[in-house]
Design a protein around this ligand. Structure first.
Ligand code: PLP
Length: 371
């Protein structure tokens, strides 16, 4: 699905130098490399504050802790997403309220969010699924109308750009009160282990989140609130700082591969290419097809025979996960998410795909759906 070895070979000298500097300095936790990467990421995203943390899941948890939500407060998330989004809501004793998604874009449905708002709703967590921003203009208007926070799950969408009706453009993760991202190796900006970051333009929230990520501590050994321990390693910061200058080029390589897939599959009765959010660019963390009138397992099997990996993101929506069984929800409640779970198939997507590989993949996909 990804080719991290080839990507490393292109920038090996920079990565190796950065890692060596960390080892020579012996500043493995915090220190200048993390500060340097933080500054560079602030400049890249336009976020006033970037707070590096241990991973994307921690980022989501710290965000919700910083907003001071209390047990029983409702947080709205899409049911078609990676589990982390709802996991932290449940861990904090908040009440996850799940909503359906849009069939074309696979992102959170604004109408579904509107219907899910109650007097107990405190926050909306839109997920910019597969690399394109959820409809932020509409979601932000809704949040404003009802006095809700927005915490963006931008773990799959770093570098995606959203253009508002007034012409302003903002990056994924920098539009809501708080944005969260992940540097897991296979993410669009991935390190060589775990990593994540929080984004905010609010000084007070930034201070709060820095303290929470550091055991709730501002003055050393004085703990004003309960926190966690969540840090980005300096070695990971060195890897990320070497990769960040290439991120736009990496995004362009993914978009080029996606355009190739789009062209190859256009008009095929069995293959629906990913629908696009009109106001967002798509950075293609995943290229996810919806299959129609074919047996997905058989297609996947045929691709596997040809040496082509294809993955199902995500086979089970949140409301049908065993750990998240809830008397409020049952099978059939979120028909779009359930239909997507049954028909999506993600193809190899990374920065190193060349025309020969793309031709091989697309011809095999077309063959597999005709059989
Ligand atoms: C990867 C991911 C996360 C979690 O990130 P980790 O760094 O693996 O903890 C959360 N939400 C979404 C949508 C993701 O894709």
């Amino acid at each position: 699905m990804v080719d991290l070895q080839s990507q490393y070979q292109h920038i090996k000298a920079d990565i190796d130098r950065g890692i060596q500097e960390v080892i020579d300095s012996a500043a493995f936790v915090k220190g200048p490399k993390v500060a340097q990467f933080q500054e560079h990421l602030e400049a890249y995203t336009g976020a006033k504050h970037v707070i590096p943390v241990g991973n994307g899941t921690d980022a989501l948890q710290i965000a919700l802790m910083a907003l001071g939500l209390k047990p029983g407060d409702e947080v709205i998330t899409p049911t078609f997403t990676f589990i982390a989004t709802a996991e932290v809501v449940a861990l904090l004793g908040l009440t996850p309220v799940v909503v359906d998604v849009n069939w074309e874009t696979m992102n959170m449905s604004v109408e579904a969010v509107r219907r899910a708002i109650t007097p107990r709703t405190k926050a909306i967590v839109p997920v910019h699924l597969f690399g394109q921003c959820a409809p932020m203009e509409e979601l932000m208007a809704l949040a404003k109308e009802h006095g809700l926070y927005i915490v963006e799950d931008a773990c799959q969408a770093i570098g995606a750009r959203y253009t508002f009706l007034d012409g302003t453009t903002r990056q994924a993760g920098t539009m809501g009160e708080i944005g969260c991202t992940s540097f897991f190796p296979s993410k669009n900006l991935g390190c060589y282990g775990d990593g994540g970051a929080l984004f905010t333009n609010d000084d007070q929230l930034a201070a709060e989140m820095r303290a929470i990520a550091n055991h709730g501590m501002v003055v050393r050994y004085h703990h004003d609130r309960v926190g966690v321990n969540s840090r980005l390693d300096a070695i990971q910061a060195a890897v990320l700082d070497a990769k960040l200058p290439h991120l736009d080029q990496y995004i362009a390589a993914r978009q080029r591969a996606a355009a190739y897939y789009d062209r190859a599959f256009a008009g095929n009765e069995h293959l629906l290419v990913p629908g696009r959010e009109k106001a967002s660019t798509h950075v293609f963390h995943q290229y996810t097809l919806r299959l129609e009138g074919v047996d997905r397992d058989r297609v996947r099997e045929a691709l596997q025979q040809a040496g082509i990996p294809a993955m199902i993101y995500y086979p089970v929506p949140l409301h049908m996960q065993k750990a998240y069984q809830d008397p409020r929800y049952r099978e059939g409640d979120f028909p779009v998410a359930e239909q997507l779970a049954g028909c999506v198939l993600s193809l190899p997507m990374h920065t190193e795909l060349d025309d020969e590989q793309l031709a091989y993949i697309t011809s095999n996909v077309l063959k597999a759906v005709e059989e």
